[in-house]
Structures are given as C-alpha cells and as structure tokens.
Design a protein around this ligand. Structure first.
Ligand code: SAM
Length: 204
C-alpha cells in the first residue's frame, strides 16, 4: 500500500543529494559507518510527526550529519518552532548549513553538540544522534527537556532480534539510559522494516 503522504519531502531529497556529494553514508551498511550514517526514512517520519506538535517550541538535534533528520523535522514543525542542529564535522556542518540556509527557524551549529545546546534549552524535542552513551550526559539532556518534551535515539535492534550470544542481551547501554532515568516515561518503537527500532521518552 502506498499513500500520498508516503512521498519523501523535497528538502529531504536535497539532503540525500548533499549527503552523496560529501560522502556521508546513507545507510549503516555504507563504508564509513563508524562515523555515523543518515537516519532511516521511518525515523525521519517519526521525528517529523513529533516535530509537527512542537507549537511555539524548540527542537535540538545532536549530530546533524548531512541534514537529513533536520530536513524531516524542519519541514514538519510549525511556523513558530525553532530547530538547533549541531555537528562536530565541519564539512558535514557546512553542507547542512547550505541545505537549510533558507529557513530562518533553523540554526546549524558546528562543534560539540552537548556544549552547544546546553545553554539553549528547554526543548520540546531532542534527537540525540551524536553517539551519547553515558548516563550522565544522557541525564543532562533529559534535564534540558521541558515537561512533556521528548527525547529520541535510533539505531536500536529490536529486542526480539538480538542474537542469543550478543553482549546486548546482558547490557544495552541505550535501553539502560532510558530505563534508568525516572524522569522519563519511555518505550521502544519497532520500525516498519521490523529490523530496526528507536527509543522515545517523554519527560514527566
Ligand atoms: C548518526 S550521524 C547523524 C545523522 C543525522 N542525525 C541524520 O538524521 O541523518 C552522527 C553524527 O554525529 C556527529 N557527531 C559525533 N560526535 C559529535 C559531537 N560530540 N558533537 C556533534 N556531532 C557529533 C558525527 O560527525 C555524525 O555526523
């Protein structure tokens, strides 16, 4: 089944083109994945759905990449919402800045994500996509959410698909960070490919 709303927004298509131009991996299978890859389309749609509810809101993205997630969110967020997206790689930051330059609601900042966004909260939505893997930093991000604000992390393997011998069976840092923060009501969302999931939490 295909619906009209399944189409990819033009700005997202341009973000893919920018990614190809600078060699930013589009999928986790691409060479260079160790340096991050683009969010999956289902993650983009999920972020867009949340961004659409951020009236008079503020959104932060940690790890812009080539601007694909930012394109999904900025295209869906209300006119009175702003987005700060942060990227440590100067070439990626420059490409995303060019892509999003026409939208005055969007700021692309080059540098360390946590440092850059710490003074800019509170946020209605945080897409934590720069590789945060420690509870202290994660806790600081949750502290930047306003009550009702959401934090999202992707690149999670659905619990049912984690192989029996995988160390993730014993300890999964991403799930642990969400589970250990009592300020969050959170869940895992399995994406339509049934092979990937994301974690989303709402600040109480
Ligand atoms: C998974 S990719 C981001 C994908 C992007 N969010 C999207 O939707 O397509 C992770 C990005 O985080 C960036 N990154 C890694 N550490 C960072 C840091 N400390 N501050 C900002 N960006 C960082 C990497 O350079 C990489 O581009």
């Amino acid at each position: 089944m295909t619906y009209a709303s399944d189409s990819t927004p033009e700005l997202v298509e341009r973000a893919y083109a920018a990614a190809r131009q600078i060699g930013f991996p589009l999928t986790a299978d691409d060479p260079g994945h160790g340096r991050g890859s683009a969010c999956l389309p289902w993650v983009g749609r999920f972020l867009a759905m949340l961004a659409a509810g951020c009236h008079q809101g503020r959104i932060a993205e940690l790890g812009t990449g080539a601007g694909i997630g930012a394109a999904w969110m900025s295209g869906a967020m209300p006119a009175d919402c702003t987005l700060i997206t942060t990227e440590i790689d100067p070439i990626r930051a420059a490409a995303a800045k060019e892509l999003l330059a026409a939208d005055p609601r969007v700021a692309v900042l080059a540098g360390d994500a946590v440092e850059l966004i710490s003074a800019c909260g509170p946020f209605d939505l945080i897409f934590a996509d720069s590789g945060v893997r420690d509870g202290e930093t994660f806790g600081a991000l949750v502290g930047l959410l306003r009550p009702g604000g959401r934090i999202v992390m992707d690149d999670v393997t659905p619990a049912a698909l984690v192989p029996a011998h995988s160390p993730l069976r014993a300890r999964d840092v991403k799930r642990e960070m969400f589970a250990d923060d009592a300020r969050l009501a959170w869940t895992e969302v399995v994406l339509p490919d049934l092979e990937n999931s994301l974690l989303v939490g709402t600040r109480r």
